[in-house]
Design a protein around this ligand. Sequence first.
Ligand code: CA
Length: 348
Amino acid sequence: MSNVNRRRFLRTAALATLTAAFSKMTPAGQAAEAGHSSPPAPRRPIPVILDTDIGSDIDDTWALAYLLRCPELNLKLVLSATGDTRYRAKIAAKLLQAAGRTDVPVCMGKNFGPMLEKDMNQAPWVQHYKLEDYPGRIVEDGISALIETIMVSPDPITLISIGPATNIALALKKEPRLASRCRFVGMDGSFDVGYGGGPPVAESNVRSDPEALRTTLAAAWKDVLLTPLDTCGNVTLEGADYHALWCDTKDPLVRSVIENYCIFAPRVSWMICDYFALHSTVLYDCVAVYLAHSEQLAMTEPVRFRITDDGRTVRDPGGLAARLALRWNNRMAFEKHLANRLLQRGNT
Ligand SMILES: [Ca+2]
């Protein structure tokens, strides 16, 4: 090759390399190269499982409705936890049906038999509802369904636990490897703050089954993130946003939540809930659903702690490890976000 031809060849080869490199760039990369910004590519929805004791306190019902309004989350199944898990599954199924989400399997966790009528605070809502009429899948052995869903998922599942950890501990005993394939996000504990802003207490989910939560948190999860009462214990909807939800009778999902609240309010035994036309109860479980897709509005920190036999969570340098959302960056912004999602006011 002559010198002229060699230079021509090298110039052509260099140009071809540059052209190839540029053509491999994403449109965003090309835009950035050209000095333009472009919106970030949307993230794939996070596959989640909801383990819930829906049917006792009303916050689980709000939390499931909120989850269904989060495009960041892809609900793979609902698992009912503790007590009469068939009663709880009926509420979940009817709510999913109202939302048009019968693609979501409804699975029953370990059934502890009939509950007292006075503890089934939403029973009238499902009095005539039959699980057999749910158009989607109903699974009696929910523990096996939980394990199978996690083990076959190509993407790590985020397990959202908003009830006692009874089912999860049972699943871990059957298949310990499931933890390494999941993130765990739970509504558990009370560290510096208790109910109503009082001193730390034995929080209900922990107190109901302390041993199950010990077993659960000792497993090798990809990540453990908890909202204790310190953050979830003071979230409510009120004022104009609550009024908008109260009046949103055209939305079958929101209407179902409000129907449940109207049934729950005069039945609940542990508080006088005569304010149900004006504001919600404390929506503890909604915070766990939020933390499954964002931590922007809360501050988290790693903490080690032990779980006492009476259900208290006590800091202990040699204890279980988790990240805790102990304080809000902006609780009011979270309440606004929650109302906006339920009211389908844009993707904020
Ligand atoms: Ca709950």
